[in-house]
Structures are given as structure tokens and as C-alpha cells.
Design a protein around this ligand. Structure first.
Ligand SMILES: CCCCCCCCCC/C=C\CC(=O)SCCNC(=O)CCNC(=O)[C@H](O)C(C)(C)COP(=O)(O)OP(=O)(O)OC[C@H]1O[C@@H](n2cnc3c(N)ncnc32)[C@H](O)[C@@H]1OP(=O)(O)O
Length: 309
């Protein structure tokens, strides 16, 4: 689907209507590009594209795309960011030349600061609906992607930023103990929804997830490795090289076998949100509309500003 059409269909809702496409986890496995492809068949025109928030470059010879978050100061996941993220994933997913994507940040020291807190403060019910649908859409696309997804975590990655990394197939983090990662929602006085929790449990197991979620822990990189929250630590300057090597290793397998296995591992969790999407939006709205929650979020934002001065 052309980007302009996609953007029109998403419209202000930030959501791709489910009727527009099969979810990635239900699609048939794609044949690998290259010799198996009928000669003369044009590849989708998406070698490189970028928008205000995200830059993507696809190397058609390897089938690997590099996606870089570039939304200063901290790559917070605003409605606009999430919409651009979903559009970028959709474009790659639909491009037969693309088999894998490495996700990283173009900003120093920050992978993503998580959901944009200002989107959850003092807004209308319509806005909360639109925002939360966009968060869901991003996760459904990323967690359900047929592509190999590698997170090259080159900075701190709290809450929604951690979810992005957790939703990938493999996480490599820069071995800087000043960088931390985790679902710290409880520290903000908010609660990670069930599908954040399910994604976390699928990576680290129930006990570690329960303790970490209740405490709202942000784990410095070495601790994140010990917990299995990330798969590897490497010196920062080696991060992209390592991500490319891991990607090559994963792409060496036949797509159909890997994709069907991924679907088998993730389907139950994806289906659970798909079946309860509207209820999940209602829960989000009634939760963030509470005066006590608004107060907690405002205090947290003030704390961030004070810490700076
Ligand atoms: C019953 C169940 C119902 C379910 C209900 C669901 C409820 C909601 C669930 C929500 C799920 C996920 C939530 C989130 O993702 S919330 C976001 C959590 N993120 C954080 O806690 C990170 C906060 N930020 C930091 O710790 C630091 O900023 C940093 C990322 C480590 C970077 O530090 P820095 O020193 O380099 O930069 P700093 O000066 O702090 O920040 C620069 C400016 O950016 C602003 N900012 C930072 N993070 C955010 C953010 N997430 N959203 C919006 N704005 C952010 C910060 O305030 C600075 O602004 P300014 O320059 O002072 O104006």
C-alpha cells in the first residue's frame, strides 16, 4: 500500500483499520527475495525513507533495513511518533525485499524515553482514545512482524521504550552502566497493561517480571543482561556491527520456518489484545482520567524538570 494511501487510511486516528490488511502474524510466510523471485518483478520502491521522527534505510542486497529514531530530545513516543513508526513498519512489512529490521536511535544516550507523558496529561477522551489505539497498533505491528527484528539499544530505554525493545526478536545493548532499561510504570504511579506484562513475561519469565514490575525497576545494562532482559552487551562502538552479525545469523534460516515458529510463540499474546482492544482502551481512559493519576503524572514531569535544574 502506498504511503500516502496508508497515511490517509490511518488519518487522525493513528490506526490502521484492521479490515485493511491481514495482521502480520496471520500472513503466509513470504518466499525469500532473490533467485526465487520471478525475473523482472519490480521491488517495492522503499529503499530509504524518512519523516520527522524516524529514518529508514533498506539495503536490498542483504534484505536488512536500518530504522533510526530521531525525535529529540528523548525519542518520546508521541501520537505522531507512534503513527510514523507504524507506517514505517507497514512499509517494510509490505516490501518483499525486506526480511529484517534493526531498530536503534539516532540520538546519543537515549533509545526511547517511553510513551510521551504529555499525551496522557490533561487531554480529552477522544485524544486518549486516539493515543492508546496508536500505542496498541505499534505493538501489534512490531510484536507480530514477520520480519526479523533486532533492537540495538544504544541508550536508556524506560517503559514504552523498553516495550519496543522487548517486542523485537533479539536485544543487544551498549554496555554502559549509565544506560538503563525496564518497565518502570509503577514509579510513575501508573500500571503497565496486560500486554506489556505478557511481552515482558515472555522474555524474562514470571518471577523476574513480577518483581521488576512491582518495583518499577530500571535495570542498568549489566543487570539487564543478568536478568535476560537483553540478550547481549557490547561496547557502544561495536553495537551496529554486532546487530548486523546477529541479523545475518537469523536470516540464514528459511523465512517460513522462522516465521511460523515466531507466530506459534507469540500468537496467544497477540490474540489476547486483538480480542480485548476496545476494553483495553476503555481501561486506559478510565485509569488516566482519574485525578489521582493526573496528579502523579504531573508530579513526575515536574520531578524530571527539577532534576535538570
Ligand atoms: C488497571 C490497568 C489499566 C491500564 C492503564 C494503563 C496506564 C498507562 C500505561 C502506560 C504505559 C507506559 C508508560 C510510559 O511509557 S510513561 C514514560 C516513562 N518514561 C520515563 O519514566 C522516562 C522519563 N525520562 C527520563 O528518565 C529522562 O528524561 C531520560 C529519558 C533518562 C533522559 O534524561 P536526560 O537527562 O537526557 O533528559 P531530560 O532533561 O530528563 O529530558 C529532556 C526533556 O524531555 C522531557 N521528557 C523526558 N521523558 C519524557 C517522556 N517520557 N514524555 C514526555 N517528555 C519527556 C523532559 O521532561 C525534558 O523536558 P524539558 O526539556 O524540561 O521541557
Amino acid at each position: 500500500m502506498a504511503a500516502a494511501t496508508l497515511a490517509r487510511r490511518i488519518g487522525r486516528s493513528g490506526v490502521l483499520p484492521l479490515c485493511c490488511r491481514l495482521p502480520a502474524w496471520d500472513r503466509a510466510a513470504r518466499p525469500p527475495p532473490g533467485p526465487a523471485q520471478p525475473p523482472g518483478l519490480p521491488l517495492a520502491p522503499c529503499r530509504s525513507f524518512s519523516n520527522n521522527k524516524i529514518q529508514v534505510e533498506l539495503d536490498e542486497s542483504s534484505g536488512v533495513a536500518m530504522m533510526k529514531f530521531k525525535s529529540p530530545p528523548v525519542n518520546s513516543l508521541s501520537l505522531e511518533f507512534l503513527t510514523e513508526f507504524s507506517i514505517s513498519l507497514e512499509k517494510l512489512e509490505n516490501n518483499k525485499a525486506c526480511r529484517g529490521v534493526i531498530i536503534t536511535s539516532a540520538l546519543p544516550k537515549i533509545f526511547s524515553s517511553g510513551l510521551d507523558i504529555t499525551e496522557m496529561c490533561g487531554k480529552s477522551i477522544e485524544h486518549y482514545t486516539e493515543f492508546w489505539r496508536a500505542v496498541q497498533e505499534m505493538w501489534l505491528r512490531l510484536y507480530g512482524s514477520n520480519m526479523v527484528t533486532v533492537a540495538a539499544v544504544n541508550g536508556s530505554s524506560p517503559a514504552g521504550g523498553c516495550l519496543v525493545a522487548l517486542s523485537c526478536d533479539y536485544r543487544i545493548m551498549a554496555e554502559n552502566p549509565k544506560f538503563s532499561i525496564g518497565l518502570n510504570e509503577a514509579q510513575l504511579g501508573i500500571v503497565a497493561p496486560f500486554w506489556f506484562k505478557d511481552t515482558f513475561v515472555n522474555v524474562v519469565g514470571h518471577r523476574i517480571a513480577e518483581r521488576s514490575l512491582q518495583l518499577g525497576s530500571l535495570h542498568p545494562a549489566p543487570e539487564a543482561l543478568k536478568l535476560g532482559l537483553v540478550d547481549e552487551l557490547v561496547p557502544e562502538e561495536k553495537l551496529m556491527e554486532k546487530a548486523a552479525a546477529v541479523m545475518a545469523q537469523w536470516l540464514a534460516l528459511p523465512d517460513h520456518a522462522r516465521q511460523l515458529t515466531k507466530t506459534m510463540m507469540r500468537k496467544a499474546v497477540l490474540d489476547r489484545l486483538v480480542a480485548h482492544r476496545e476494553e483495553d482502551i476503555k481501561n486506559f481512559i478510565s485509569f488516566v482520567s482519574k485525578e489521582s493519576i493526573q496528579k502523579s503524572l504531573r508530579m513526575y514531569m515536574e520531578m524530571l524538570k527539577k532534576r535538570k535544574s
